[in-house]
Design a protein around this ligand. Structure first.
Ligand code: PMP
Length: 363
């Protein structure tokens, strides 16, 4: 008897694996391909998670009241419009689940976070990808033009993964005003803190003027260095929409440790702001050192840098992996661009010298 997996059988499956920590020659592996933070959670966050672990025999608060209250206090959005999940990944899935039926269309920029396309397929919906501008920013008019009566969900992200491109206030306003009301607008702000620190507009007040349905999602994975803890959250235009997300989420998916860690992280915003500033400084330093060698950094802000390598470069992802540095790449128009997560100063130095050494090496 076959198992009923038809809807997923066409999906490719690349198990996310942990790169080795050291190479055979003993050198350290630099993990700059997953947009993680190089900095561990703060001591106060670790202490809070440790205290929570002592109650690990008891289920966590399935309503996540303490975390939602803290998020409400920090954002000015009422608690009934806030929801949380085990990383924002879970919230992207919830969004697809409440808005897509088989045969519907999901709209997203291309390239984008690959999970969007995967979620469309899982829902039996059609994924419609709209090419980015040549500099890696989302092409809002093209996205709006791609809407059909079958479009039910549209993903936007700012800063955008994998380019780092930021949507301007005018872009967001246009979206809010012109995206038809039969389309749910999902504004993915996984890199929110980096964008804001670099001058990106605050999307929430603009999103709040939308008549149709919208949610925005964020995460503790990047700016708070908590990717391994799995805490994400989001805001919805209405309490009804927030409730819909809460209903489809798996019960108790946020552990006591994750909930306590999130609350503790919000209690010391200065700690993460300092690390965000440091990461952005390293990002600028990496860009400045690579520009003279013919690399073209894309405009934007995030905890990663996207850049076009000099024409004729060999496959730099492979070359760097051989040197123990894990980065990734993506296709932008006709070219293959690199995406490098920003680590600490030593990581920047190592990446820059490896790229400079390899960029004009024979192919
Ligand atoms: N959205 C975007 C655009 C991302 O890049 C990521 C992580 N790389 C996520 C969502 C999911 O992050 P998490 O589940 O760790 O919150």
């Amino acid at each position: 008897m076959s198992v009923p997996v038809d809807r997923v059988s066409a999906l490719s499956f690349h198990p996310l694996y942990e790169p080795p920590e050291i190479l055979a020659d003993g050198s350290k592996v630099r993990r700059l391909n997953l947009n993680e933070s190089p900095f561990p959670p703060s001591p106060a966050v670790i202490a809070a998670m440790t205290r929570a672990a002592a109650l690990g025999n008891r289920y966590p608060d399935g309503e996540a009241r303490a975390l939602i209250e803290a998020l409400a206090a920090g954002s000015g959005i009422p608690p009934e419009r806030i929801f949380v999940g085990a990383g924002s990944n879970e919230l992207l899935a919830a969004s697809a689940e409440i808005s897509l039926d088989p045969g519907d269309q999901m709209l997203a920029p291309l390239p984008a976070f690959p999970t969007y396309a995967k979620l469309a397929r899982l829902r039996g919906a059609e994924f419609v990808g709209v090419p980015l501008h040549g500099d890696g920013r989302i092409d809002v008019p093209a996205m709006l033009a791609a809407v059909t009566p079958r479009t039910r969900l549209a993903f936007f992200s700012s800063p955008h993964n994998p380019t780092g491109g930021i949507m301007t206030a005018e872009d967001i306003l246009r979206l809010v005003q012109e995206l038809p009301e039969h389309v749910m607008l999902h504004f993915d702000e996984a890199y929110y803190e980096f964008g804001r620190a670099a001058g990106a507009p605050d999307a929430l007040p603009i999103l709040s003027t939308r008549k149709g349905p919208w949610i925005s999602t964020r995460t503790f994975s990047k700016a708070y260095g908590m990717a391994g803890v799995r805490v994400g959250y989001g805001f919805a235009g209405t309490p009804e929409l927030a409730l819909a997300i809460r209903k489809v989420r798996p019960n108790f998916s946020l552990s006591r440790m994750a909930l306590a860690g999130g609350v503790a992280a919000l209690a010391e915003p200065g700690a993460s702001a300092a690390l965000v500033a440091l990461i952005l400084k390293e990002r600028d330093r990496m860009a400045a050192q690579l520009r003279p060698a013919g690399f073209t950094p894309l405009p934007g802000a995030a905890n990663f840098l996207a850049l076009l390598p000099p024409p004729g470069s060999p496959n730099l992802v492979d070359r760097l992996r051989d040197a123990g540095i894990y980065i990734t790449d993506f296709v932008l128009g006709e070219t293959r661009a690199l995406r490098i997560t920003i680590g600490d100063a030593e990581d920047t130095n190592a990446v820059v010298s490896a790229l400079l050494e390899n960029a004009d090496a024979p192919r």
